[in-house]
Design a binder for this molecule. Sequence first.
Ligand code: ADE
Length: 251
Amino acid sequence: MTRNIGILGAMAQEIDEVKALLTEKTIVKIANREFVVGKIGNVRCVVAFSKWGKVAATITATLLIQEFAVTDLIFIGTAGALADGLKVGDIVISKRLVQHDLDARPIISRFELPLLNRVYVDSNPELTELAGKAVANLLDKGVDKMVGEEAVKDFNLAPTLYFGDIASGDQFINSNEKREEILVLLPDVLCVEMEGAAVAQVCLEFGTPFTVIRTISDTADHNARVDFGKFIVEVANAYSRAIIGEIVRLV
Ligand code: ADE
């Protein structure tokens, strides 16, 4: 089957950078969303801004699968670090996704996906490995090649690549209290964001291979808002463009 990769991004600016990689572009508008269909290198791709939060991302992911017949789905965006040791600029690639705000007790256990008999959704191993190779190649060449010397200095970037659990919920986490609350119950989670686990559930139901790639933009505590906008402009945009470019090159 010819590959047709769906690429979703959590920030409009990040996805603009990825759209800039596309050739032979056609724009399709559905449900207040813009889907850009085209090619990156020789690979067919459809790129869209997911919009924020689980419901918005669910709509966008479903449209990508149902309307554009994507064969794979890659989600790229930023996240807040939960695990100790993670720092701004690090990259987390998903092994499993969980919705930290899902709680249908006492009918089923905490975090369990209703009628799906599970708490976690696994990302696709091959796609996850491919994303990992792409990020490792880029980090080997040096993060300055991706973002420029100035951003490296501004954000003290010395990125490490991690593979692990990512938690999603309809909340921007920016207090130690909330951070701890999630970590106590889900101690293996590396980082927190607002879309990945929803996209994972869509992909599980449709049988579409997916992976999630997140750049740490903050530490999900009271410093969470500091420099977020600047980080997107100077770092996350460039990461997204480089990572997607490299993944497609490796396909
Ligand atoms: N995306 C980036 N940082 C985040 C945070 N602290 N909480 C939720 N989503 C995020």
